[in-house]
Design a protein. Sequence first.
Length: 467
Amino acid sequence: MICMASIVIADTDKEWVAKLKEYFEKYQYEVSLVDNGKKCQIALANKKHSAIILDFSIKDHSSISVLKYIKINCPSLRVIFTLTNLAELEEIGLSKSDLKHLGVYDIVEKPTEPEQIFKLIELYNNPTLWNKIERTGETKNEENVDEPDDNFDKISSKTFFSGNTTIYDIYIRLKQDKYVKVLHRGDVFDQQRLDKYINEKNVEFFYFKKEDRILYINFMNKLLSKVTNTEKISQKSQASLTKTLTDKYINEVFTGGMNPRVVEEGKAICENIHGLLARSDDMKKLLDTFLEMEIDEEGQSFLVSFFSIAIGKELNWVTERSVQTLGMGGMLHDIGKIKLPDNIRNKKFSEMTDEEKEIYKTHPQLGVELLQDFPFLPEPVRQIVLQHHERLDGSGYPHRLTGMKIFPMAKVIAIADEFVNQLVETKMSPVEVLNQFIRNEELMIQFDSNLLRSFLKSFISNNKKIA
Ligand SMILES: [Fe+2]
């Protein structure tokens, strides 16, 4: 077996370190042991590692100094922070949140089993990559499974794709909490078996476990990056698959939170949206496919991301990297809504009481607070989340910023967001909505006219006939 990764264990507890080392080496990890902070920094400077298990109590460069060193010099390193008692942190005036700001991914109280720490590191390293799935070469029989509905997520059977290997266990739902596992992870993918369920049993959805959602996202990202600029898949299918992928991504962020893998997959989705736009020689046809899609709250995130990237493409200050930031901002701009009470989140803004509106208006701030714990997320994404409801004339929220004081990328998202809101509310075609949008004087003073021009250009540059 090939050596998978190397880790550093920085701890003075010899017995615990020996146990950990033995456990990781069993899985072909290369393990470096250090018993003080200085040696730890030297080990990190000399070699690229994928993770560190850092104990709070190490001395001679404290663990906090090591964290600061890591944050600057190796920010992608996965840090598992161990301590015997959380109260130790409080004693030096630190909280869990402070550690997260310093780049700590997980905090584990000792004593614990090496297996728990191993799982935390593995979750980040390999199983989230679809091509690391072990192939069995067989196709096992169906199997009944009794598990709560809450453990599953679904995908329409029309937008279901797999490679030659089944990447995650695939289920159909019989009734509440009752499923049949129709294909097993690692088995040869059997399309005929799925077709049988679609054609004979009218199965509309296939299910997978929520814990496998990141695998699905990883696989679809790779698949979509390959189909751009090929005729293997129609533009309509590509648009619909990208939308489904974005929906699942938003679900993953909402329920599972952010980690470095999730951030990377988000960037890959933005690349794929970019690819979708680049391929579209007929923008009108592409926009019409959006009308056929069922757009719910998560679907709006896809569209905001799509139109933000479309605007970004027309702006000379937007580099390839900032297109990703715009796209991520578009996907995550409303993440703060998850913290709103259900009765407000599920209500139309126009139907809210004044008091409810004030609570609703806290969602940009709530979003930033939620993202604060993820130091690996680019800072501009947080600024976009915070300012996406600010308006040029100062009529926006939360800080009633005006003109130049608003972060430029937030202005782009603001246009895309307002446009998509109207698109969803009026159910008119994107071109009709755009026409109304630019004729509405009240709206015109709220948005940057240069950006609006770029937005218009994004509609016509790919297809001269659209106007
Ligand atoms: Fe919003």
